[in-house]
Design a protein around this ligand. Structure first.
Ligand code: ZN
Length: 474
């Protein structure tokens, strides 16, 4: 007969080694890095002090709008490689428009953005489930979780459903935690998205009280999430990343608005792919014509930069995709380019905006990480040390799974981990950062060394335990 004391000895051994790593990513749209303060976000601040804290934020993708940046976090690919080059854009091969937020109000376009044909790459929720072994993913409002990417529809996806009150946010957290703890098919990867404070920031001065109050609510929600995880005994075993897609900056409507119609003389001469433009060749318009018109207007109104697509620097990673138009406009910070038809929709004298170059500090997202895999009391001193595409290989490593080679590099971000994830000795972060680093090639296989050694160890422990059971039962 098996002695009770031995049962207690054996069960934890089996329990420990069959556990699938758990990861939770919580992302707040438009949460700028410097919103994390002891006064405004006391709970997140406390987590940041205990774990990993990027004190000046991290580097995001060149076109700092929502859909491209979230899809870069999800896939580890730069915008030019995953193909979501804007919240709205034109595809010359499809001869069709992508409209992520359905700005056009056309229901068929909104459904169109859920069509997998727009998306390249493998999002982390698929990479996790593809690894098998009972791994499952859950996405709460996470951008593109409702798209049939690679012809796969996600099981646990609650798509974006507008701007909900705090009590609904708590219910979202409850559902996410339930996904982690449910007896049948629990998830081991959770992705949570909240559309605030971005929505409030667009609705007026980003420094007004309404925005500050919303940020405080997000801090309370984060605290609520941690409380729920603690109540389910998940606190010690789950690795948590808190981050965002971009920052925000104020625009003065009276002085800082520009229109596509004015820049190009006639908007009908261009095909608009958000802030890149194709010439309307059916109207005998050429690339050079629209380039010269934009240059001429810019010389009189130096509120934006103009680039031929071919001139775009490598380290923008925003060039080599057919969906990026021949002429690209880059707004200077605090200016907004729109259409004459849309001008009326900007009703606030001052309002928040993003989409500017990633090189503006105001466009950087925040980043905090905590959990057993992360260093304690560790600050990431400069934003160039982490690129948001590195989060995908980081997540794959935390999940102990193999992942496709992507633009993101685990060995660039592994300095925030307790145990180096790379075969080479722990590197000292390069102070010059990732700028100019080559894309997809050279990315390491993210999980080989620690993942395989962990598996080997678990196999040995299971084998020893089986032997023990064998002898005890005899
Ligand atoms: Zn956003």
């Amino acid at each position: 007969m098996l002695k009770p004391s031995l049962i207690f000895f054996i069960l934890p051994i089996f329990g420990c080694c069959q556990t699938i790593p758990k990861v939770l990513v919580m992302a707040f749209d438009g949460m700028r890095w410097d919103y994390i303060t002891p006064e405004m976000t006391p709970f997140i601040w406390s987590i940041a002090q205990k774990g990993v804290f990027a004190v000046q934020g991290i580097t995001n993708q060149m076109f700092t709008v929502t859909a491209p940046n979230f899809y870069s976090i999800s896939t580890g690919l730069h915008e030019e490689n995953h193909g979501i080059v804007g919240n709205t854009f034109y595809d010359p091969h499809f001869n069709d428009y992508f409209d992520y937020w359905n700005f056009s109000g056309n229901s068929t376009l909104a459904r169109g953005s859920r069509d997998g044909r727009w998306y390249s790459g493998e999002p982390i929720w698929q990479t996790n489930e593809n690894a098998g072994g009972g791994r499952r993913s859950g996405a709460m409002r996470w951008p593109a979780c409702d798209a049939s990417i690679n012809n796969i529809s996600m099981t646990n996806c609650m798509p974006f459903d507008g701007y909900l009150p705090f009590v609904e946010w708590q219910l979202e957290i409850d559902q996410l935690v339930t996904w982690f703890t449910q007896p049948n098919n629990p998830i081991n990867l959770g992705l949570y998205y909240n559309p605030q404070p971005d929505h409030m920031e667009h609705g007026g001065d980003i420094y007004r009280t309404d925005v500050t109050d919303t940020i405080r609510d997000l801090d309370l929600l984060t605290s609520y999430m941690f409380d729920q995880l603690k109540a389910k005994n998940l606190s010690d075993s789950i690795n948590i990343i808190l981050t965002a897609d971009h920052g925000h900056a104020n625009v003065n409507r009276a002085y800082n608005m520009l229109t596509i119609d004015d820049i190009f003389g006639n908007i009908d001469d261009v095909i608009v792919s958000q802030l890149s433009f194709f010439p309307r060749t059916d109207r005998n318009v050429t690339t050079d014509m629209i380039y010269q018109r934009a240059l001429s207007y810019r010389d009189k109104n130096p509120k934006f930069d103009v680039y031929l697509k071919s001139e775009i620097p490598d380290d923008w990673h925003y060039r080599d995709n057919d969906r990026i138009g021949d002429v690209v406009l880059i707004e200077k910070l605090g200016y907004k380019i729109t259409t004459n038809a849309s001008l009326h929709s900007y009703t606030h004298a001052v309002f928040g905006q993003h989409g500017y170059s990633k090189f503006y500090p105001e466009m950087r997202p925040f980043f905090v990480a905590t959990g057993p895999a992360f260093k304690s009391n560790f600050t990431v001193a400069t934003p160039d040390l982490i690129d948001s595409v590195d989060l995908y290989p980081l997540m794959a490593h935390l999940l102990n799974i193999s992942a496709p080679k992507v633009d993101g590099q685990l060995c660039r971000i592994d300095f925030i981990l307790r145990q180096s994830a790379c075969a080479e000795p722990t590197k000292t972060p390069d102070p010059t950062g990732p700028t100019g680093s080559p894309s997809p090639t050279g990315s390491p296989s993210p999980t080989n060394s620690p993942g395989s050694s962990a598996l080997h160890l678990s196999n040995v422990v299971v084998a020893v335990s089986l032997l023990l059971v064998h002898f005890i039962l005899q």
